[in-house]
Design a binder for this molecule. Structure first.
Ligand code: AKG
Length: 202
């Protein structure tokens, strides 16, 4: 673990760069930033989280029945391990907001998924930013207008890709990671959110 941390910090000038960022405008007020291959050590972080994160399978009540979510999640409250803290600092610096919560999803295989939704942080915030760093195999990530309609955008995040959803996206659009029977392997999404509003630059 220590050797790995040292190697992360050794190359810091080259890493976690936003030089290759692309902003996809979904509308005049909603957007997604994408940086392919943002985190070079995605395999190491995947392996570390798989072993060390506190994985749970959450459940929710739907139509009066308790249903298990089709994925595992690990929530980091309080201090983050160094490799996640480095990511948090990089995106907080870039977007001028303090990302202060981190939830990691593990899609064990193509049967794991997340249904259409807008992140619940929209209920307490005007234009929340939601960061996702994808580790492991790529999975389909779909975007549609809130409430239904055709898929408007499709991504295939994996292997260290960074996506940041911003502007009014959580209010006006929904996203999903659908079941994908022939997915090539497991995927994790390291997601980060903030609890204080974004400043004028965001
Ligand atoms: O795995 C992803 O990229 C999406 C995760 C997600 O939508 C969520 O955590 O709310």
């Amino acid at each position: 673990m220590l050797a790995w941390q040292d190697s992360l910090f050794d190359q810091s000038s080259e890493r976690l760069s936003f030089d290759g960022v692309r902003r996809d405008a979904l509308s005049a007020t909603s957007w997604v930033d994408v940086v392919p291959g943002w985190l070079p050590e995605h395999e190491q972080l995947f392996g570390w989280l798989l072993q060390h994160a506190d994985w749970h399978q959450r459940s929710r009540v739907m139509w009066e029945q308790e249903v298990l979510e089709p994925r595992l999640t690990a929530f980091f409250d309080g201090g983050l391990p160094p490799a996640l803290e480095e990511l948090r600092l990089a995106v907080s610096d870039r977007y001028a907001v303090e990302f202060d919560s981190c939830l990691v999803n593990l899609y064990r295989d193509g049967n794991d998924a997340v249904a259409w939704h807008g992140d619940s942080v929209r209920k307490t915030m005007l234009n929340p930013l939601v960061v996702t760093v994808s580790l492991g195999s790529a999975r389909r990530f779909l975007v549609r207008r809130r409430g239904g309609g055709p898929v408007l955008k499709e991504y295939a995040p994996g292997h260290g890709d960074l996506m940041v959803m911003g502007g009014a996206m959580q209010h006006s659009f929904e996203h999903a990671v659908p079941r994908q029977p022939h997915a090539s392997g497991a995927r994790m999404s390291v997601t980060m959110r903030h609890s204080h509003p974004v400043g004028p630059a965001g």
